[in-house]
Design a protein around this ligand. Structure first.
Ligand SMILES: [Zn+2]
Ligand SMILES: [Zn+2]
Length: 262
């Protein structure tokens, strides 16, 4: 009997099934990955609620993942069975203007695994070896599945430029806000203030290294920045909450010449 595996499918908003499929075979240039960890992103939740504008159903989710190389397809070099890996979920054309200028995340035909093309929520996943990165020995599977959201925050941090000595305000400290706080500190920020409506989240941010935390709704952004940084306020404000209120506050209270990244 042929071996089978399970694959997650969201058939409609709020409806998830697991279907049995034959074990995939890695095609030429592909790796077969045994999936070990899968993160659930805010955008996965939007898909669950039918509120993701660029996703159709049925869809197999899974774009923040780690796994273990199970099998190499023909022609694949640089990997071996047992390698701990993560997967870059962007599928791009490689030919359009953004692709040929190093910005494949803006490809004119961009598809992201788990949204417009099959994600990795299955026992095994066959994927082009070019999308696979080997994790360092010291990194575990839990950490490996955090690389994709971490890459989002590294990109956001670098949009500001040199963060050495910078005073940074971050509005919203869900997973992305907290990862961004840690990223800007690792890149040299002098002081970071975060705010959120959740006491749990600001306590977590504080325990993970935030210099100043504020409960949104209790302390307005202007007061928070004055308390944290003095009259010059923040050099850069990042909005990681993504609602009209935080964006409006960022624009209203930023000092002249500071940067706002939404
Ligand atoms: Zn995500
Ligand atoms: Zn392209």
């Amino acid at each position: 009997m042929k071996e089978t595996m399970l694959q997650q499918v969201m058939t409609a908003p709020g409806e998830i099934i697991f279907r049995e499929l034959p074990m995939p075979e890695p095609a030429q240039g592909q790796l077969l990955i045994k999936m070990m960890r899968l993160g659930i992103c805010g955008s996965d939740i939007h898909v669950y609620h039918g509120k993701h504008p660029f996703t159709k159903y049925p869809v197999t989710q899974g774009h923040e993942v780690s796994g273990c190389v199970e099998k190499l397809g023909a022609g694949v070099t640089g990997f071996k069975v047992g390698d701990k890996v993560t997967i870059e979920p962007q599928v791009f054309c490689g030919k359009c203007y953004p692709c040929t200028h190093g910005k494949y995340n803006l490809c004119e035909e961009l598809k992201v695994m788990g949204f417009q093309t099959t994600g990795a929520a299955s026992t095994y996943f066959a994927v082009d070896a070019s999308k696979v990165d080997i994790l360092p020995e010291t990194m575990d599977y839990d950490e490996g599945a955090m690389i994709e959201p971490l890459a989002v925050t590294v990109h956001a941090a670098k949009r500001y430029g040199d963060l050495t000595g910078a005073k940074v305000a971050i509005l919203g400290c869900g997973p992305i806000g907290i990862l961004l706080m840690q990223t800007v500190k690792a890149l040299g920020a002098a002081s970071v203030a975060v705010s959120d409506v959740s006491e749990y989240r600001i306590a977590l941010a504080k325990s993970l290294g935030a210099d100043h935390v504020f409960l949104a709704g209790k302390t307005d952004l202007n007061t928070a920045m004055l308390q944290a940084f003095g009259p010059d306020k923040a050099d850069v404000i990042y909005d990681c909450a993504g609602n009209d209120a935080t964006m409006g506050q960022a624009i209203q209270y930023a000092r002249k010449g500071s940067t706002i990244i939404l």
